[in-house]
Each structure stands twice: as structure tokens, then as C-alpha cells.
Design a protein around this ligand. Structure first.
Ligand code: UGA
Length: 435
């Protein structure tokens, strides 16, 4: 018989919460996960996972015996001492993180509770300290999550680092949390505020890297350089590193836009003006819109032109549409009078709730048929596998803006396409065909 592992409680069964619950169950812990949405709890109890995340549904099914989903806080409090808070902290109108869901959780804890509150939700630095002030005696640990959507299960199971922040008096709680992560890798112990800052600073730095390479790409276009080569050359310097230097039409998702703004606001609230982050945000906003200019360069006015968007999700292998570049792009194209058709392998349903007057098709070819231009928005693998010579014949005009530098530029030019990448020099069709 295997030894009984410490039960784990999870509060908030969104992306992070469900991955946390499923992965701790996989590691052998009994897990009780609580969400306020009865419908979600019901479907998860039946083993139905409604978000698209590789391996997650398998994990939930395989560990069904160790996973309990409930709407009842009392069940959670009775069943587990270690409670991971995974509720969302969306931006408010002011750009600050909305902590109302975190506060609601804290209010549900009984006075003198013996539980350990482990904050996985991304919160501004100082939040943990405030919660401890309000609930003296509560054991509090900050344990930010660094997983990426699309590879969430693998990231959880093989983390680059595990950060555990605790303040004096909570060393025992920190050790208990570190014990949970022992099979996964090394733990960095810090104080609570530093752990909170590590999360925000990491996301802001990654977003900065993306906006930086996007600006380099824009300059490359002016001087005839290739941003792919530039990024490769830069990345060989180990101080720079090669990851997160893919130029494109801007970052999206539920984390970078929100966390960069939240850090800017957090600094601003203390009286510090974080200038660099203003530029990071502005560059990202403008980057989404540059596609319009690229299309106009070839088509002139976009009025009445049919533009096919390939991919809508903020990145591949997810159906998450939060802050997806496609939303801004579709609106801008419509603003210029274009007819927008779009296809995404999994995000169409979510996208349909957000996109007005965009025709969603059941396949890439349907979207491309008769189009005056295509824009690759999300680098789904199936787009690389299309028969582009056939596509060229189906389109009214074989023009493509590859917003992720994902497709084979020379092959497309050889197939007769006018190809526009991001930060790529032009390849004339004749030259590509001759190669
Ligand atoms: C991001 C972080 O990478 C995670 O470490 C963090 O845990 C997570 O936010 C979070 O705070 O919860 P995620 O938003 O899932 O993860 O996705 P990423 O893979 O980081 O991509 C974010 C956006 O940046 C995407 O729109 C992607 O297309 C874009 N990107 C990424 C680029 O434009 N260029 C790159 O080189 C890399």
C-alpha cells in the first residue's frame, strides 16, 4: 500500500487551479478543489474538462479517485490544511489587479484557522502582508505559478523554479509547501513580498523581451534585415538567451497584458513612475495594428476586401481568447471596411462570443476561399501543413501576412504568394521559384 500523502485543497478551478489540482492528484495527493460555479463543479465531477489544455483531461480522468470537486468551502476546510488560492485577479478599470475574489476567499476562513493559505493567484507585492495583518495567526505562503497555457501540465511537473515566500513565523508552513514540491525540483525560499515581485517582474521582463524584438523587427523592415537572423545571433549570447525573441503581432493572453499593467500601477501607487513598462505596453498595442498597413501596402483601401484570419487564440494549443491580438486586429480591419472571415481549430466557440460580424468557418480552406488576403494570427501546426500552392489558386489574391513568421517564406513565394512577415526582407516570387 502506498503511504497516504498530505491532502491538498485548491480554491478556484480555473486554468491554474485545475492544473494544480490534477497535478497534485497525479503526484499521489488527495485533492479537494472548490469553485463557486456549480455547473463547472458538476461537469468536472463527471470527468469533463471544458478547457483545451494538452494532457489535462487525461490527468483528471486518470486521477478521478483522488480528485473531489465541490462548491462547499466547509468541505474543503474539513478535508485539507494546505489551501492553494487560484482565483483570478483580472484588471480593474484603473489597471490595478482586482483582488475582490482573493478577499472573498480570505473572508471565508474561520478565525483562528489552522490552515495554511498558499497564494498562487498573481497579486501585487504587499498583498500577503496585508492579509496577514487582517488575519493574525493565519499561516501564509506565497507560491507564484509560472506555467504557460498550452504546456501547463508539463510546466507544472517540470518547473524551472519553485518560489516559496514566507515571512518570519511561517517557516513551518513554508516547509510543508516545499515538501509538496520536493519531487518536482529545487525550491527558492524568499520573503512574501519578494516572491510576489518575482512573479510580476518575470512576466514584465518577458513582455519587455517581446516588445523589444518587435521593435527590432520593425527597424529590420526599414533596413532590409531579417529579424529571425538577428534574434538567433543575439540569443547566442547567453546573457540574452534565445527564448522569447520571436517577433510577431504582439503578446496577448490572460497574464502578460494584465501583469505588466498591474506592475506599472503598483509602482505608480507608491509614487514611482515605471517608464519602461509604458513603452512595452504601447509597442504591443501598435504591433497588433501594423498588419493593417501591411495589407494596405498591397491592396490599397481595404473597403470591401475579404480578409481571412488564420487562428484566433492568443497562442496555439489553447482556446483562450483573453487579450488575443486577433480581437484588436479584426476590429481594425472592420474599421477599414474589410469583410473578416476567420478560422481557429479550437477557439472558434469562445471567439464567437467576442467577435462581432466576423464569419467563422469550419476549416482553414473555407476561410481562404476567395479571400483577397490572409493573415496568420496564431501559429497552429495545421497551417504549416496546408497545400499552399492549392490555396494560392483558391484565393482571389494570394497575399499573406504571416503575423508569427511561422510559414516557409520561400515556399510561399514560390507558390505565387505575395508574402509579408514581421521584420523579414521581401522575397520576390520569381527569385523563389528559380531556387
Ligand atoms: C505567461 C508566462 O510565460 C508564464 O510563465 C506565466 O506563468 C503566465 O504567463 C502567467 O502569468 O500565468 P502564457 O500567457 O500562458 O504564459 O503564454 P506565453 O507562452 O508566455 O505567451 C504569451 C504571449 O506572448 C503569446 O501571445 C505569444 O504569442 C507571445 N509571444 C511569446 C511572442 O509574441 N513572442 C515570443 O517570443 C514569445
Amino acid at each position: 500500500m502506498s503511504e497516504q500523502r498530505e491532502p491538498v485543497g485548491v480554491i478556484g478551478v480555473g486554468w491554474v487551479g485545475l492544473v494544480t489540482a490534477a497535478c497534485f492528484a497525479e503526484l499521489g495527493h488527495p485533492v479537494i478543489a472548490r469553485d463557486i460555479l456549480a455547473e463547472k463543479v458538476d461537469s468536472l465531477s463527471r470527468g469533463e474538462v471544458t478547457i483545451h489544455e494538452p494532457d489535462l483531461a487525461d490527468l483528471v480522468r486518470r486521477n478521478a479517485e483522488r480528485l473531489t470537486f465541490t462548491t462547499e468551502m466547509s468541505e474543503l476546510l474539513d478535508g485539507a490544511r494546505l489551501l492553494f488560492v487560484c482565483v483570478d485577479t483580472p484588471p480593474t478599470y484603473s489597471g490595478d489587479a482586482d483582488l475582490s475574489r482573493v478577499r472573498a476567499v480570505v473572508e471565508e476562513l474561520p478565525e483562528g484557522s489552522e490552515h495554511v493559505l498558499i497564494m498562487k493567484s498573481t497579486v501585487p507585492a504587499g498583498t500577503g502582508e496585508a492579509i496577514r495583518r487582517d488575519l493574525p495567526g493565519l499561516a501564509y505562503v506565497s507560491c507564484p505559478e509560472f506555467l504557460k497555457e498550452g504546456t501547463a501540465v508539463a510546466d507544472f511537473m517540470h518547473p524551472d523554479r519553485v518560489v516559496i515566500g514566507a515571512d518570519p513565523g511561517d517557516e513551518g508552513a513554508a516547509a510543508a509547501v516545499a515538501g509538496l514540491y520536493e519531487p518536482l525540483g529545487e525550491v527558492l525560499h524568499t520573503d512574501v513580498s519578494s516572491a510576489e515581485m518575482i512573479k510580476l517582474a518575470s512576466n514584465a521582463f518577458l513582455a519587455t523581451k517581446i516588445s523589444f524584438i518587435n521593435e527590432i523587427a520593425n527597424v529590420c523592415e526599414e533596413v532590409g534585415a531579417d529579424v529571425g537572423e538577428v534574434a538567433r545571433g543575439m540569443g547566442l549570447d547567453e546573457r540574452i538567451g534565445s527564448s522569447f525573441l520571436r517577433a510577431g503581432i504582439g503578446y496577448g493572453g490572460s497574464c502578460f497584458p494584465k501583469d505588466v499593467t498591474a506592475l506599472k500601477m503598483l509602482a505608480g501607487n507608491t509614487g514611482y513612475h515605471f517608464q519602461l513598462l509604458n513603452a512595452v505596453i504601447e509597442v504591443n498595442e501598435l504591433q497588433k495594428r501594423r498588419v493593417v498597413g501591411k495589407l494596405e501596402k498591397h491592396l490599397g483601401s481595404l473597403l470591401g476586401k475579404r480578409v481571412a484570419l488564420l487562428g484566433l487564440a492568443f497562442k496555439p494549443d489553447t482556446d483562450d481568447m483573453r487579450e488575443a491580438s486577433s480581437l484588436v486586429l479584426a476590429a481594425r480591419l472592420q474599421g477599414e471596411g474589410a469583410e473578416v472571415v476567420a478560422y481557429d481549430p479550437v477557439a472558434s466557440e469562445r471567439a464567437g462570443q467576442l467577435l462581432d460580424s466576423v464569419t467563422l468557418t469550419g476549416s482553414a480552406l473555407e476561410a481562404l476561399d476567395g479571400a483577397d488576403a490572409a493573415v496568420l494570427v496564431t501559429e497552429w501546426r495545421e497551417f504549416a501543413e496546408l497545400d499552399w500552392a492549392d490555396v494560392a489558386k483558391r484565393m482571389a489574391r494570394p497575399l499573406i501576412v504571416d503575423g508569427r513568421n511561422f510559414l516557409d517564406q520561400k515556399a510561399l513565394a514560390a507558390a505565387g504568394f505575395e508574402y509579408e512577415g514581421i521584420g523579414k526582407p521581401q522575397v520576390a516570387a520569381a527569385a523563389a521559384a528559380a531556387e
